[in-house]
Write a protein that binds this ligand. Structure first.
Ligand code: HEC
Ligand code: HEC
Length: 331
């Protein structure tokens, strides 16, 4: 967790010592407390989780080296585990950090801030309790359209160690602001793939390519700009295939270089471009074993069956509010 307020506190404390000579320490303390409280209120929106830089990893110890390896696997997955991976060839050439920006440290950048504090947890998709290993395996099989290394492998142990190191300061069971992906408000219309195509052409294709194919890195495995659809992209069982996740991720992080302080897309553009990209072809995953309790499917889950009467089309593109209300009525 960022501790931006430490210098302010130090400054305030130094001020207190000097001021003691002229006014009573008590009055000054009250003033300091008030100033600190006022400072806190104006800084609340900044109080989001962001992860420590990898330069802070204590890599002189055995455990530190494992954490560092976990970081490197997340940052350069293709190099180790991609189609020409040095350790195994079990994933699609993308890196974890293409979607978990800067190795899972960026506020609202699909970061890992709450993972260690909240897992194991019950997940409706699997209808069971998921460990961190299970969750990482899911991303290998869906987002990286491949297979995970065994839980006992040095690779999985390293990824676990890194996620633990990043999140071990977060109190158990809490979800600090700024973790994962921001939930955008629903549109009151359906998201529109044709409008999204125009957004894509204007604001995305220069990097991600005319056909969403991305651009391979000139200096080795992985991409300079990762693919958004086609055979080398995430499959239709991945988290980003749901429009709410895609729109929330893109709104705060794309075009690359933007962040949650300065979103460059409107919320409507984010939903529409999500609709366009997730209407293009991509690998299919058999999901027959997911969502055993059909009523627990999220409103924007785009595959039948449902317990309500809304179409697959409306579940995919919205409007979602009527579905949400129908779900709440039957609860
Ligand atoms: C194509 C994008 C993409 C890639 C690549 C990807 N992930 Fe994910 N990952 C997601 C999305 C989206 C979610 C959130 C999904 C949801 O909430 O349903 C997620 C969730 C997670 C979570 C749970 C986060 C939480 O707060 O509960 C972990 C842990 C995780 N991913 C690890 C990994 C690892 C490790 C890799 C690489 C082996 C990886 N992911 C690759 C998109 C991706
Ligand atoms: C300036 C180049 C650039 C532009 C423009 C850009 N992106 Fe990206 N995008 C990237 C890079 C680079 C990454 C991978 C980030 C990393 O690995 O650090 C990325 C990652 C992504 C990802 C997650 C990884 C994947 O391939 O699925 C999505 C989704 C995405 N961008 C969508 C968009 C959309 C939608 C737009 C247009 C609104 C857009 N991007 C515009 C450079 C760009």
């Amino acid at each position: 967790m960022k501790k931006d307020w430490i210098p302010v506190l130090l400054f305030a404390t130094t001020g207190l010592v000097v001021a003691n000579e002229c006014i009573s320490a008590r009055r000054q303390k009250k003033k300091d407390d008030e100033a600190y409280a006022a400072w806190l209120t104006t800084h609340q929106p900044e109080n989001v989780w962001s992860g420590s830089a990898s330069s802070q990893i204590p890599n002189s110890t055995e455990r530190g080296r494992l954490i560092q390896y976990g970081h490197d696997l997340i940052a350069n997955t293709a190099q180790y585990l991609g189609p020409q991976g040095a350790v195994a060839q079990i994933s699609n050439g993308m890196n974890c950090q293409n979607c978990h920006l800067k190795a899972g440290t960026v506020p609202y950048g699909n970061n890992f801030g709450k993972v260690y504090a909240t897992y194991p947890l019950f997940r409706a998709r699997n209808n069971g309790v998921q460990t961190i290993y299970d969750r990482v395996k899911d991303c290998f099989e869906r987002s990286l359209n491949g297979h995970a290394p065994d839980t006992g492998s040095r690779e999985m142990q390293a990824i676990y160690a890194y996620i633990q190191w990043l999140g071990e300061d977060v109190p158990k069971g809490t979800r600090p602001p700024g973790t994962s992906i921001m939930k955008l408000p629903y549109l009151d219309r359906s998201a529109n793939p044709s409008a999204g195509m125009l957004v894509y052409k204007e604001k995305c294709s220069s990097c991600h390519g005319k056909e969403g194919e991305g651009q391979p890195s000139p200096v080795g495995p992985g991409y300079s700009y990762p693919p958004l659809w086609g055979p080398h992209s995430y499959n239709d069982g991945a988290g980003l295939y749901r429009l709410s996740n895609f729109a929330g991720f893109v709104y705060n992080n794309m075009p690359l270089g933007t962040n949650y302080h300065n979103p460059l897309l409107s919320e409507e553009e984010a939903w529409d471009v999500a609709a366009f990209v997730n209407s293009r072809p991509r690998p299919h995953l058999n999901q027959d074993n997911d969502w055993k309790v059909v009523a627990k499917k999220p409103v924007d889950f785009p595959f039948k069956p449902y317990t309500d009467t809304f179409s697959e089309e409306q579940h995919k593109f919205g409007p979602y509010q009527p579905i949400k209300e129908a779900q709440q009525r039957t609860k």
